[in-house]
Design a protein around this ligand. Sequence first.
Ligand SMILES: O=C(O)CCC(=O)C(=O)O
Length: 279
Amino acid sequence: MPTVEDYKNLETAKRYKKTFSDGLNQIDPDVLQKTLQTLDKNGYVIIPDVLSEQTLAEIKAAVEPMLNETGRNYFEGENTQRIYSVIAKTFACNDLVDHPLIMALLDSLFNPGYLLSQLQVINILPGEKQQPIHTDDAFYLIPRPRQPLGAATVWAINDFTADNGGTIVIPGSHQWGEEQPTQAQLQEQINCEMKAGSVVFFLGTLWHGGGANCSDQRRLAVTAQYCEGFCRSQENFSLSIPKDRVAKCSEDIKRLLGYSIFGPFMGMVDGKHPKRLLE
Ligand SMILES: O=C(O)CCC(=O)C(=O)O
């Protein structure tokens, strides 16, 4: 009788097997190691000055006309504008989704075949309250403490400050168990303050949220969340992004959107690799 190991070693998807990015070859191994150590200790890491002025300008120009409606509840934020299904509407944020540094971190943390779970633009307007603090992989009903089943990036498109809603994190909270944070633990929360073009990367187990905006300026971010290939993604990209748009994305983004296999055959279409649908 075949064992689980036999299944893992099954020769599948020969033509389309690639499940890792090239991120690990593009990033200085020492920088990557230090970043992973900080992540392991604190559950989050701020990486400054990643995006150019030009990329920031292109993102703003593409997303600003689409920022219309405010949130439908206190979690989305009644003074917060969000854009979902971003890749169906613009490719301007694609370079953030498959940035080599982010791919290298994800390749180091997760199994081959990890996915994009959601991609959003979040514009926190003046007067917004702090978002309820939460963890991003809580809906995977597996008790904590445990390894994260996903990770997130929040990219600063304008400067993040303590006043304008810079993302709140509780350092070290990725290691907590099942219980809700106590008042004392909530006092340990800090705002991620970072210049436009920087990114905060955090584990799916870290307690965090959008900050209150007490300033007179908006706080504009792009956030991408990723999950293990055996977890369901939050956004159903197979339904929301037309195939002809996916075909125009990078190989990494195609893979992240589900045109990939979590070995040996999770994600197949008609018994075959889903990337054949893009041919
Ligand atoms: O906007 C932020 O800084 C974080 C937002 C967030 O955590 C969420 O909407 O789930």
